[in-house]
Design a protein around this ligand. Structure first.
Ligand code: GAL
Length: 466
């Protein structure tokens, strides 16, 4: 009896416990639902508030976000081998599209490096092509010369309300310093171009010159000066340039710093160093809204990136450094910020050959950084897997068009580096990411970063006034 009476008691207790548990579960579910609904309402409310601006923005940028396909076929490669050699050694792997693209004698190369008569020519361009970017075409400055600003970046100067585009001047002979070395051009210096409309560029000259005589100087023509970027220091009133400084064999792996009172130079070269006693090759700098600035560089044999805060005068790095994207072998970093989140586009490490871009994001600039996937949209598979046959260098915010940016990249021509082209395309932040696995309350933590392929495109009319 006792036994019998115990059982129902235990059962009752279990039932009570179970019903208590389900009650707790129900309460929690209800609470979670309330949180989610509130969160949703908050978003809707926030969206409502900004609907008008947002809608205007959306309609303006929808044209930038059109997905443009490319029906691009590569004809089977011509066999350049003699049939007897083929019989002896067997068929060799046919060249890939990227091999063909890099081979200046191939038709594929010609497709991606159109002749000079197709150039973007803001002075003689005519109304039909006014303000249009044609990624990969020669781009002429206001003197009618091809722009020489490779691996560059753009500074918007508040004082003069002018954009300044700085980049490598590669207007020299391409050669190899030794048979296994990379194709190179002797240092000419850093060019600067100015513009009010981001399309018509006036040559402001070489603002930091290579050194012809002194072989011990970092800027001696036999060395390497790549990826120069300039930011303005509000405290000191100086324009500060950071760049990759190296020797012919890329063993010095350092950064160089130069300074000027004016955006158009001349810049005085200060020194070079290995930041945090680490190798530094491809690099960029980023100035945050609060005036703090950062150096981001490929290190440890390009296997990882480092980010380090600059000193208040921007002339050196502080000890505050973090390693990111460890063992991911990324370079050509281009960093930007949108609505409090930091984003970065990087390339793989394949020298002058194009490869697949990746987008990354972080809520704090020092990390942790998460990889979001390949940002490229449109074109076709090969376009998307080669960053439209180019490599990232900078991302420029389009003022007034919140969430829209210009992605700036280089289409390198290793056989004739001075003929390398610029690929400028619209980049937007929004929508769901492809890869980032992190979700919180079923909401993805990150937005998608998208770079849209266009054969020809322009900034929406009135972007300057919006
Ligand atoms: C690339 C790098 C370029 C240049 C080139 C030399 O990987 O992004 O800036 O250094 O290698 O081969």
């Amino acid at each position: 009896m006792g036994l019998r009476s115990k059982q129902p008691k235990a059962l009752a207790f279990r039932c009570y416990a179970a019903s208590h548990r389900s009650l707790t579960l129900a309460v929690w579910s209800l609470a979670a639902l309330v949180v989610v609904v509130n969160f949703h309402l908050l978003i809707i409310h926030k969206e409502d508030e900004s609907t008008s601006t947002h809608e205007i923005n959306r309609s303006i940028v929808s044209e930038l976000e059109e997905v443009e396909e490319e029906k691009f076929r590569v004809s089977p490669p011509r066999s350049r081998r003699n049939p007897r050699a083929v019989r002896r050694k067997g068929e060799q792997k046919p060249p890939s599209v990227v091999d063909e693209f890099l081979d200046e004698s191939s038709a594929v190369h010609d497709m991606f490096f159109p002749e000079r008569n197709m150039a973007i020519d803001p002075i003689n361009g005519g109304n039909d092509s006014m303000y249009f970017y044609y990624p990969g075409r020669v781009w002429l400055d206001t003197d009618g010369n091809p722009i020489q600003a490779h691996g560059g970046g753009v500074l918007y100067d508040e004082k003069t309300e002018t954009y300044f585009w700085y980049g490598e001047n590669k207007d020299g002979k391409t050669y190899k310093a030794h048979s296994k070395g990379a194709d190179r051009v002797d240092i000419v210096g850093v060019s600067c171009y100015s513009s009010k409309d981001l399309w018509t560029w006036r040559n402001e000259g070489v603002v930091l010159r290579g050194e012809k005589k002194n072989v011990t100087h970092d800027l001696h023509k036999s060395n390497v000066l790549e990826r120069p970027k300039v930011i303005y220091n509000d405290r000191t009133g100086k324009y500060v340039m950071w760049m990759h400084i190296d020797d012919t064999n890329y063993t010095k792996a350092s950064v160089g710093v130069a300074i000027s009172d004016s955006p158009t130079g001349p810049f005085s070269y200060l020194y070079s160093k290995q930041p945090h006693d680490c190798e530094s090759r491809d690099m960029t700098i980023f100035k945050d809204d609060n005036g703090k600035a950062y150096l981001i560089y490929s290190s440890e044999d390009n296997s990882e990136l480092h980010i380090g805060q600059l000193t208040d005068d921007y002339l050196d790095v502080t000890d505050n450094m973090r390693r990111l994207l460890i063992a991911q072998h990324r370079e050509a970093p281009a960093l930007f910020k949108y609505e409090g989140t930091y984003y970065m586009i990087t390339s793989g490490c394949t020298g002058w050959a194009p490869n697949t871009a990746l987008a990354h994001a972080a809520t704090a600039i020092m990390g942790p950084w998460e990889t979001l996937g390949n940002p490229c949209v449109g074109g076709n598979d090969i376009f998307r897997s080669t960053t439209f046959f180019s490599q990232s260098t900078f991302v420029l915010a389009i003022p007034g068009l919140s969430g829209s940016f210009i992605f700036m990249a280089d289409r390198w021509s290793p056989s004739e580096l001075r003929d390398s082209r610029y690929v400028w395309l619209p980049l937007t932040v929004g929508g769901l990411p492809d890869e980032a696995a992190d979700y919180s309350f079923m909401f993805p933590l990150w937005s998608r970063v998208s770079i849209y392929w266009h054969r020809r495109w322009r900034l929406p009319e009135g972007w300057r006034d919006s």
